[in-house]
Design a protein around this ligand. Structure first.
Ligand SMILES: [Zn+2]
Length: 722
């Protein structure tokens, strides 16, 4: 009876309401000595956890921790004596939060209740059999869904599994002993300190010295490769791969790339915080960054996942996200900063300014395509991505916020501030407010306006040059005698922005100015050393802003994000010719029930975007492309011509997007293979080619790609002369 009352009192605090600060006032686990036996074929886990817990003075005379309901507690001991425990069944629907978890509660009677630091031993066991389900999204790679699984194909235990006793808000260290059948090996956080094979079993010991929010452990029949990496501070770090035998020959490539990123980012971000970094192959599709290892699905490993946006991103998480932890109540800044540092900044760091510019443009495009005005939310409300809109806000927009902060503060303030963030918040939580404080302290500036504008407010600035003219006045440039007056207009509530204005001058010179705008309408007057013929505002996409949908180059992604979409399939036989298009049509239709499907015999709908599958010999809809694309494109029965270059042969295919005449926000897209095989090869990965106006393929491989320029760009204007 007493326990039940205590449970109710404890319940709300533990069942998801606890914040990091709130939990710090309740009991906290400092250390786990976790001994785990895994029997993969039986899906079985048997464990003993000796945990060290601090209990603050005046706390409830009971202690509760969470555990996966599939795991049954068999004993709780204190100093060799058994304690009584109670189990509270899962409270909720199993949907969000921790309410599907079981709470195990031990009443603490005197003299145990007087101790402020307790060592408790918990024994538990059970079956974890939740085979990963394939994610159904074709266009967007998300990890397969599982709460954790023990099986013959592999073991995956993550924070979401709740496979060991946990009190929310704890940041414990671990000593892990794991026993597995011979031929298996495990990977967890930290460093392996011992390994023995005995009587058909393997026993490994791992030391996890870094404070850990959620311990992950994976196991499989890996082929291991190790290399010693000397960190700039002189420490030795174990760089390793744990791959399946089929991929084992890729070890060198992954070790080389890992060392390359560790070198680059330890210079940029400060000492690497962990004793190892391992690339670990997973038995289901994933791309996850855990403290000191990354877990990659086989499909990904095979495709040489060593790029900055791939392996580089996971390695940057070693500092950002896995060492400095995200304070979730304030949103998620971790993905945006990691995206900025890895996916974007590696290009700058390695001297590739053109690629860096392309990345910035793509970040703006991604936001323009996937986030409609009015369906936006502030960056502060981003938690994790479940779709492309979240990706555009939480990853791309947030990355651009860091880019602007860097430009606002300068290199000599921004980078030391990032290092100060890592050094000051390593092993603990940081939220947006902490970041603001770190950057404000480093710069000596009040940055409230910056964080309020970019993090707390939804949307993006929409800036245009409304007019520009030159005149001669007394304050003009002494060389040219000219002044330039530019009228800059922002739609909606204005932002405070710095914008680069580039003026092309007569005679081939250019002149650059940094403008500061903060009003809905502003006339800026500048002296120019020559007569400007054309102005370009933010030509290198350094400022986060909304590119109006009507001004984007036509592309498949505009079809994908049009509210009104129609798929046009060929009505004609023979089946051998139309098969790849019909198959693609089935896949697209299964994923997008809102889309209309017609054949080329039906009249095309008056509104919206069209996706036409099949060339002129097969699909009469292809004829519609002629008016949409104009002279630049010619489609014939056995060849196509793009800007004068002709492509023929059965291995060629074309993905082509043009604006739909009379519908500025809509597009017409055509997939045309010169043979069914050529079309089939492209169809499988069609949606990965969504960002360009045309992509030409030979045998499924890109030969050439490019954009048809948008109708007009309001950021480029010609200048009126007096
Ligand atoms: Zn990430």
């Amino acid at each position: 009876m007493i326990v039940a009352a205590l449970l109710l009192a404890d319940g709300p605090a533990l069942a998801g309401g606890a914040t990091a600060e709130g939990a710090a006032r309740s009991a906290e686990i400092l250390h786990h000595e976790l001994s785990v036996e895994l029997a993969p074929e039986q899906h079985r886990l048997r464990a003993t956890d000796r945990m060290t817990v601090t209990v603050p003075a005046g706390a409830q005379p009971s202690l509760s921790w969470s555990l996966n309901p599939a795991l049954r507690v068999t004993a709780v001991m204190h100093e060799g004596r058994p304690l009584r425990w109670d189990v509270q069944p899962p409270a909720g629907s199993g949907q969000a939060g921790r309410d599907w978890l079981r709470q195990v509660t031990v009443p603490l009677a005197a003299p145990v209740a007087e101790q402020r630091e307790l060592k408790l031993e918990v024994r538990y066991e059970g079956l974890l059999d939740d085979p990963p389900r394939e994610s159904r999204q074709l266009r967007f790679v998300t990890p397969s869904e599982t709460e954790g699984h023990i099986g013959g194909e592999g073991v995956y235990l993550s924070g979401e599994t709740h496979w060991y006793p946990d009190i929310e808000g704890s940041l414990p260290t671990f000593a892990v002993r794991v026993t597995l059948p011979e031929g298996w090996s495990a990977v967890t956080h930290g460093l392996q300190v011992a390994r023995r094979v005995q009587n058909g079993h393997v026993a490994e010991e791992w030391d996890v010295a870094a404070k850990t929010e959620a311990l992950s452990l994976v196991a499989n029949r890996f082929v291991q490769a190790h290399r010693e990496w000397k960190a700039p501070d002189g420490r030795t770090v174990d760089v390793a791969t744990y791959l399946f035998p089929e991929e084992a020959q890729l070890a060198e490539e992954y070790l080389d790339a890992t060392v390359r990123y560790l070198d680059a980012y330890s210079c940029l971000l400060g000492p690497y915080p962990f004793p190892k970094f391992a690339v670990v192959e997973n038995f289901f599709a994933s791309g996850l960054g855990m403290p000191s290892f990354t877990l990659l699905g086989s499909g990904v490993v095979k495709r040489h996942y060593v790029q900055p946006y791939a392996l580089g991103h996971e390695i940057v998480h070693s500092w950002i996200g896995n060492w400095v932890l995200n304070r979730r109540e304030q949103g998620n800044w971790v993905e945006g900063l990691t995206t900025y540092l890895a996916n974007y900044y590696y290009d700058e760091l390695t001297g590739k300014p053109d690629q860096a510019r392309d990345q910035r443009r793509l970040m703006l495009l991604s936001y323009a395509v996937y986030v409609r005005p009015g369906e936006d939310y502030p960056v502060a409300a981003f938690r994790q991505k479940t779709d492309q809109k979240d990706n555009a806000i939480g990853y791309q927009k947030t990355a651009m916020i860091f880019h602007q902060l860097r430009r606002e503060l300068g290199e000599t303030v921004f980078w030391p501030a990032i290092r100060r963030l890592v050094a000051g918040y390593g092993g603990t939580y940081a939220g947006w407010a902490d970041l603001e404080q770190v950057f404000a302290a480093a710069s000596g500036k009040d940055l409230r306006w910056f964080f309020a504008q970019w993090v707390e407010r939804p949307g993006a600035p929409l800036v245009t040059i409304a007019a520009a003219r030159t005149d001669r006045s007394s304050a003009a440039d002494p060389e040219s005698g000219l002044r330039l007056a530019v009228r800059i207009v922002q739609r909606g509530e204005p932002y405070r922005l710095h914008l680069r204005l580039v003026a092309d001058l007569a005679g081939g010179r250019t002149h650059e100015t940094r403008l500061e705008v903060s009003a809905a309408e502003q006339i800026l007057s500048l002296s120019v050393p020559g007569a400007p013929t054309r102005l370009r505002l933010d030509p290198d996409f350094d400022t986060f802003r909304r590119l109006p949908r009507e001004q984007l180059p036509p592309m498949l992604n505009l079809y994908v994000t049009d509210r009104n979409r129609t798929l046009v399939l060929p009505a004609a036989e023979p089946a051998t010719e139309t098969a790849p298009y019909r198959e693609l049509g089935r896949q697209v239709a299964a994923r997008e029930p809102a889309m209309t499907q017609i054949t080329d015999r039906d009249p095309a709908p008056a509104e919206g975007s069209l996706l036409i599958l099949g060339g002129p010999a097969l699909n009469e809809g292809a004829a519609l492309m002629r008016q949409a694309c104009g002279e630049r494109v010619r489609l014939e029965r056995d060849r196509f011509t793009l800007d004068g270059a002709a492509y023929e042969g059965p291995e060629m295919a074309l993905l082509l997007s043009c604006r739909r005449p009379g519908h500025p926000g809509s597009v017409m897209v055509l997939l045309y293979g010169l043979s069914p095989q050529a079309a089939a090869k492209v169809a499988r990965l069609l949606f990965f080619y969504g960002w360009q106006s045309y992509v030409v393929f030979r045998d499924g491989t890109v030969v050439t790609r490019g954009d048809f320029s948008s109708a007009q760009d309001e950021l480029e204007v010609s200048v009126e002369m007096p």
